[in-house]
Design a protein around this ligand. Structure first.
Ligand SMILES: Cc1cc2nc3c(=O)[nH]c(=O)nc-3n(C[C@H](O)[C@H](O)[C@H](O)COP(=O)(O)OP(=O)(O)OC[C@H]3O[C@@H](n4cnc5c(N)ncnc54)[C@H](O)[C@@H]3O)c2cc1C
Ligand SMILES: Cc1cc2nc3c(=O)[nH]c(=O)nc-3n(C[C@H](O)[C@H](O)[C@H](O)COP(=O)(O)O)c2cc1C
Length: 824
């Protein structure tokens, strides 16, 4: 077989070696435009895990690589005069030039022909004349572009500018420096890769770049400028340049990687931002995956191997790209976090791409996580005086504390003061003299004190009779309250008969509804410490539809009622067309919301939420996709918000001043031309100015053809943006399933409260179980269940110790010792 590889970078050379090693009779030629020792870049990074993979595939090159590495375990973060060092990471740095020499030598020793100084033209028949053509020609791949119609590449050029530089300053940790200047923020990502050589990637936003005049400086002058910025951090060392020009990072994706006998690998097919240090790793692992695809299909069948390669590799590459995307966005928005407590800033940086979590760090760097817990607790102190500890709390077996009147003893709301909390004041303690996990820290909204940060998200039960909740609702809400969440929402409860989504929806427009809700509220208050929030809504154009399990958002086949919306646009093409609301309709709807608010107060709810999300009536005003009005309620965002704000203000005026209110919004429509995260910040600010205490951040469901990007915690970035850009308290929700995720979100300051919907449907005791896991015995438990509480706390301690032990054993081996041996 004849194999042509275009590009002698890490991807091309490693693949060529593995192929030749496995099938010596195969003729493998690598075409590389540069000379063997002619390379850009400084150091490359590999994790312990990646080194395991290299060792398994080619021990010779692994040994050579390991002999030229700098190894470190820690990540160090320097931010606003503080420094944090987080251990247990296990990374190596190696010079890119050395790596390429090692891989080139290894390839040649195996019999690969490497033709240096050979520029390949994409359509050159000599190149295409092979059984397999591998395009490993890097980020600016000419081959990919020549066949763009087949590969369908997309390039997302990111706004930040960055430059690869080097220095002689040594490091014993992967180090981040954040420096604020009169022009803006600069970030240096630094690591050592060989004795007396370190990589310095300098990054800044385009505005800071322009203000600093860097667009007018040449390579040498801009290096001198950066030397001035980071003079303290360079400790007297100089910066070294090597084609260190400023660029924008291109995130490249290709719809296809394979065309006939032609395949893209490495940066040519997909890039991953440098902040997760995975470019070279991805490239070499592509080489491995392509070789494995040949191995698994017998080594001769090119079509089968290439099919296998793309099918087997795509998920992994997309996962890494997703992590890299989340990471790059964090760096692009670092100014959002500038006023954050430095420990939580460091935690946010460590956990930015979702791969590292609270539990994960507790295992690797327990002291750091203790510090994070203390920092979260300090923020709680800044929220104002906490209620006195209740008699009997702290011991799982004591009788439950008295429940009446605890919130009313608190003074009226202190301002929400999250930022700049200081560790100099002693943190309040959650539990028995110990700082607890973030999810068990209390939270305050006006005079409402929540015992913990877990929330049962609103969930329609579609089980009411003419709007009246019944025993199903009593058992449903009652058991979730006993389960220990700090706050529980009702399902969307409608303000009039015609405001219902379905015939099974609950209402608050009749004395019978009020009485039925009061019975449930009284139970929750008498038997739990969970606070109860009434979510009020109007279905708008999504009204008169079937029960969820009979066809969500599908119009009722019979018995439908008239529906209204901002504009006469049906949800599905086959949905009923809503009537465009008149001013008189608006007045009537406002009156309905106010009446329902008063009923909610009489029923005893602790908090009130206005549902302005998910395409229902108020959301239909806010989104430009569903609001096409030409009057003062349509057009600009300010106009589109006018009616929802009128409703909110009227409710706020009718709701007791000491009780909090929230608004649920769809922070993006996930559709072209719809609302974006930036709009959501403005929407949140407008409601906050009207007296809203908490933004409940959901997304989408506005239009039927939206394209949401699902994934773990997929809506949390919007909460993060609103909380940290607008300095507002937020609640996040969406595909959050574990207590570890809840703690990670809270500790990183991405939300103040975390709501879970589906997990609570099958597990009312989510919070109780998490309390046992994190040993937070202050969680309330009714006396009838105390024996169960004691047992789960005892068992969890044992299970946790066993799991931690297993995780420690499962950690990839550290290559530090191999490195030392090889170096000697
Ligand atoms: C300026 C710069 C500096 C970088 N520095 C670092 C760093 O210090 N550390 C790090 O981890 N990552 C660095 N990266 C990223 C890293 O290089 C890539 O993620 C990784 O090398 C991808 O490997 P690859 O084999 O796919 O592509 P590359 O390493 O880019 O290799 C592609 C090769 O193909 C050759 N080539 C391209 N077109 C042709 C052609 N038509 N004919 C013949 N040969 C051709 C190129 O000369 C190159 O050698 C840097 C990237 C850039 C742009
Ligand atoms: C059965 C069900 C009913 C729901 N009803 C409501 C509702 O009445 N009001 C609302 O704002 N969201 C409602 N939601 C959305 C949830 O509150 C939540 O935002 C969504 O399910 C994502 O969270 P999860 O991934 O934890 O399930 C409902 C979700 C489910 C699964």
């Amino acid at each position: 077989m004849k194999v042509h590889v275009v590009g002698g970078g890490p991807a091309g050379l490693y693949f060529a070696s593995l192929m030749k090693k496995a099938w010596p009779s195969t003729r493998v030629t690598v075409f590389e435009r540069n000379r063997p020792d002619d390379t850009f870049g400084f150091g490359v990074v590999f994790s312990d895990q990646t080194l395991d993979t290299f060792e398994a595939h080619d021990r010779e090159s692994y040994r050579a690589i390991i002999g030229h590495f700098a190894y470190w375990d820690d990540i160090e973060i320097h931010f606003r005069g503080t420094s944090h060092r987080v251990g247990g990471n296990g990374f190596c740095g190696c010079s890119r030039a050395t790596l390429l020499k090692i891989l080139g030598r290894r390839a040649r020793s195996l019999g690969v022909e490497v033709q240096y100084q050979t520029e390949v033209s994409p359509l050159d028949p000599k190149i295409l004349d092979a059984d397999l053509v591998v395009a490993a020609d890097g980020i600016h791949s000419r081959l990919r572009d020549a066949f763009a119609a087949t590969f369908k590449p997309s390039v997302d050029l990111r706004p930040n500018l960055f430059s690869w530089m080097g220095s002689t300053r040594p490091f014993d940790a992967f180090t981040f420096f954040f420096r604020e200047t009169e022009h803006g923020i600069f970030i240096a990502h630094c690591y050592q890769y060989e004795p007396r050589r370190s990589t310095w990637i300098i990054e800044t936003d385009p505005e800071t770049f322009a203000r600093a005049g860097l667009d007018r400086l040449d390579e040498a002058a801009s290096a001198r400028y950066v030397e001035g910025l980071f003079a303290d951090e360079l400790e007297g060392h100089r910066l070294i340049t090597n084609r260190s020009i400023w660029r924008n990072f291109p995130v490249i994706r290709c719809e296809r990687w394979v065309a006939d006998n032609f395949v893209l690998i490495g940066d040519a097919k997909a890039t991953a931002h440098f902040s997760i240090g995975s470019g070279t790793k991805l490239a070499m692992e592509d080489g491995i995956a392509l070789y494995e695809a040949f191995r698994d299909t017998g080594g001769r069948d090119v079509a089968a191997a290439l099919g296998r390669f793309e099918a087997a590799r795509r998920d992994e590459v997309e996962k890494t790209q997703h992590s890299a995307d989340v990471s790059l966005v964090w760096f692009e928005h670092v100014d959002r976090f500038w006023n954050m407590d430095p420990t939580r800033f460091a935690f946010g940086l460590m956990t930015r791409s979702k791969a590292i979590t609270y539990d994960n760090l507790a295992l690797r760097a327990p002291e750091f996580v203790d510090e994070v817990d203390a920092a979260v607790a300090c923020e709680v102190r800044a929220l104002g005086p906490l209620p006195p500890p209740l008699a009997g709390e702290g011991s799982p077996l004591r009788s439950p504390p008295p429940l009446a009147g605890e919130a009313s003893s608190l003074p009226f709301p202190p301002p929400i003061a999250r930022e700049g909390s200081s560790l100099s004041s002693p943190p309040p303690l959650a539990g028995e003299g110990r700082v607890g996990a973030p999810m068990f820290q209390p939270f305050r909204l006006r005079s409402l004190m929540l015992a913990n940060r877990v929330v049962v998200s609103p969930m329609c039960q579609y089980s009411a009779q003419d709007g009246t909740p019944d025993d199903w609702h009593l058992v449903h809400y009652g058991s979730r309250a006993i389960g220990g969440a700090g706050l529980m929402f009702t399902e969307m409860t409608d303000v009039s008969k015609d405001a219902r989504i379905s015939p099974g929806c609950a209402g608050m427009y009749d004395d019978a509804h009020e009485a039925a809700w009061k019975r449930i509220v009284d139970f929750v208050h008498a038997r739990s410490r969970t606070k109860f929030c009434l979510q009020l809504g109007h279905a708008g154009r999504k009204g008169a539809t079937r029960l969820m399990w009979e066809g969500i958002d599908e119009p009722l086949p019979e018995g439908a009622w008239p529906i209204v919306s901002a504009s006469p646009l049906p949800y599905f093409p086959h949905s009923a067309v809503p009537r465009e609301m008149t001013r008189a309709d608006m007045e009537a709807v406002i009156a309905d919301f106010v009446a329902a608010t008063k009923r909610g107060e009489r029923a005893g709810f602790d908090m009130l939420e206005l549902h302005a999300a998910h395409g229902y009536l108020l959301a239909s005003f806010i989104s430009p996709l569903t609001n096409r009005r030409c009057d003062r309620y349509g057009g600009t965002l300010e106009n589109r918000l006018r009616f929802p704000l009128e409703v909110f203000r009227a409710m706020r005026a009718a709701w007791p001043r000491e009780k909090p209110m929230s608004v649920r919004i769809s922070a993006t429509d996930w559709a072209d031309g719809g609302l974006t995260g930036d709009d959501a910040v403005e929407v949140a600010r407008a409601f906050a100015r009207a007296g809203c205490d908490l933004i409940d951040v959901s997304t989408g469901q506005t239009v039927a053809d939206a394209e949401p990007v699902y994934g773990r915690m997929f809506q949390t970035p919007f909460s993060d943006q609103i909380r940290n850009e607008a300095s507002l308290a937020t609640m996040c929700v969406g595909a959050i399933t574990t207590a570890d995720q809840v703690n990670t979100i809270l500790a990183a300051g991405r939300a103040d409260l975390v709501a879970l919907a589906r997990p609570h449907l099958v597990d009312p005791y989510f919070t109780m179980k998490a309390a046992a896991w994190y040993d937070a015995p202050a969680i309330h438990c009714p006396p009838q269940y105390l024996a169960g509480k004691e047992q789960i706390f005892r068992n969890s301690t044992r299970d946790r110790d066993e799991l931690l032990d297993l995780r420690r054993k499962a950690k990839p081996k550290a290559h530090r010792d191999t490195w030392k041996e090889a170096a000697e």
